[in-house]
Design a protein. Structure first.
Length: 202
């Protein structure tokens, strides 16, 4: 949750990105609104006060805006800075895969292989990888929610095609290796038989 309201800015410094409770729920996934609010409340308790609004606002709703209480917390809170760094690395990985998708779309490259494919698998398996997350970390004014959904579907499709092609290639290589093994075994067996016959007749 805290990673969603703190991101790296253009100057590579962590910045606050206030969000509504509902938006945080969309990004967190698989959690009810009440569960999200319960966690937020713990971070805005007296003596903690990491998040705004303060306890002066007694009850949060899905429209309530949540923010880090002070910018200095980002720089003094080691764990939060680690979370921000992790999020930044995930975003960079997604940008790399997205650039591959854009090139594939115009037939400039083929499917993913090797390290690029390994990177893509990590993105695909990431629980938070959905249209809500992409629109949050890569906002584009001209794009609507449906556009982000289509973009995520395109990325997933490209990764799935790459995984399928890689698996088929591995199966072909495995079959070739087996056939090669059978051929070598046959040759060695034939040589052995010839050797026996030669010894027999000599």
């Amino acid at each position: 949750m805290l990673r969603s309201i703190t991101l790296l800015g253009p100057d590579h410094r962590a910045i606050r990105t206030p969000l509504s409770v509902f938006r945080i729920q969309q990004l967190a996934q698989k959690y009810e609104l009440e569960e999200i609010i319960e966690v937020i409340d713990k971070f805005r308790d007296e003596g903690t006060n990491f998040l705004q609004p303060s306890r002066a606002v007694r009850v949060l709703t899905k429209e309530s805006t949540v923010d880090i209480s002070h910018e200095s917390l980002i720089h003094s809170w080691e764990r939060l800075r680690q979370w921000v760094d992790i999020e930044a690395k995930l975003i960079n990985k997604f940008r790399i895969i997205l650039s591959k998708v854009e090139l594939y779309r115009v037939n400039e490259i083929g499917l993913l292989k090797g390290l690029d494919l390994d990177l893509a698998k990590g993105i695909k398996d990431m629980r938070k990888f959905n249209a809500h997350w992409v629109s949050h970390v890569m906002p584009v004014d001209e794009m609507q929610e449906a556009d982000y959904v289509n973009l995520v579907d395109e990325v997933r499709s490209y990764i799935d095609k790459s995984i399928k092609a890689d698996e088929e290639l591995r199966q072909q290589q495995k079959k070739k290796a087996l056939r090669r093994g059978y051929a070598i075994t046959g040759i060695l067996g034939g040589i052995g038989l010839i050797s026996v016959l030669i010894n027999y007749y000599i």
